[in-house]
Design a protein around this ligand. Sequence first.
Ligand code: ADP
Ligand code: MG
Length: 396
Amino acid sequence: MTFRTLDTADLAGKRALVRVDFNVPVDGGKITDDTRLRSALPTIAYLSKQGAKVVLLAHFDRPKGKVVPEMSLAFVAEPLSKLLQQPVAFASDCVGPAAAQVVNGLENGGVALLENVRFHAGEEKNDPEFAKALAANGDIYVNDAFSAAHRAHASTEGLAKLLPAYPGLAMQRELEALDAALGKPKKPVIGIVGGSKVSTKLDLLRNLVTKLDYLAIGGGMANTFLYAAKIDVGASLCETDMAETARQIIDLAGSAGCKILLPTDVVVAQEVKPGVASNVRNVYDVQPDDRILDAGPETVATLNATIDQCETLIWNGPLGVFEVPPFDKATVSTAKHVSERAKSGKLVAVAGGGDTVAALNHASVAADMTFVSTAGGAFLEWMEGKTLPGVAALEA
Ligand code: ADP
Ligand code: MG
């Protein structure tokens, strides 16, 4: 895919409608994590510096097409203004006279935030009339919300058809990183997929085996693969009804030339409790009351040695119950190894997924990875090989 880039846009005096993701976590009216605001800053600052009038569009929560005062975006204007170190005007509607008045009042370089786009039913329906009403406040469209790009909504997709469309700087960086990991990766490329269940990651596994040279399977879902290979997993989490599907994925991998790595040893315990007594066992020695809660040291050593033969790595899903030490060990030591390789420039390492990001932060290595996606659903759909409507609409 090819995109226009913002550095080629004529911006001075232009109204840039910028879709951002300001769906921030909130507790008692206060933002508990402003990562999403911060990730939009480079694009906003760039546009402002180039003399554009920056008009921000965003959704917050799920008002389902109605005005829900508790879901107003007004509370974001002040923290955003502090981060940007410039005033942020707020309009009480994202379309119509209230929006036009605020936008028309902007000086070149000024910034305005418009009210929650999901207060209008036309947003999630991708209603062309609503998209037109949004477009009335812009000369160009910039999408900097990769995390909302799996939705074909008016502000994420419809608008891109009405105005010259550009990815924002964060979106551009994310697309480039994802392309380097799965689109046109340097080979060999290895994937690590973990997490609890096979059933939630079927499409992802099916897509990955056609693209990767190695796929390491860990976490609870590895139990299902072991079970499918007639290995007794005792009292572990295991989706017995997925055994046939697991075998199909193994077959698919075989015909696509993707080598699957399954755990050869595991860490077991009788319960999931911090500091509980645990044992390392060969996968063939798991006892009836054992619960597999992490990959063992031999498995990690094999995985790390395989990583050393690869140029590219893509990771979704922790290798064990990383929230409960000591079952964080395999995830943490692999994360440290991956980040060392990435830091020394020997590996392109891209990771994403809610718990995966938490696990990398727990291992204190998120900053050393090539790229960590916080996009959640959009990242997973991209790993499944799906076309993201918000990305496709930006194609030049
Ligand atoms: P992500 O959010 O990054 O996509 P998932 O939600 O798929 O990741 O998986 C994360 C969850 O998988 C964690 O809560 C972790 O505790 C769980 N998990 C990992 N290994 C096991 C295991 N052996 N048994 C049970 N749960 C596991
Ligand atoms: Mg999760």
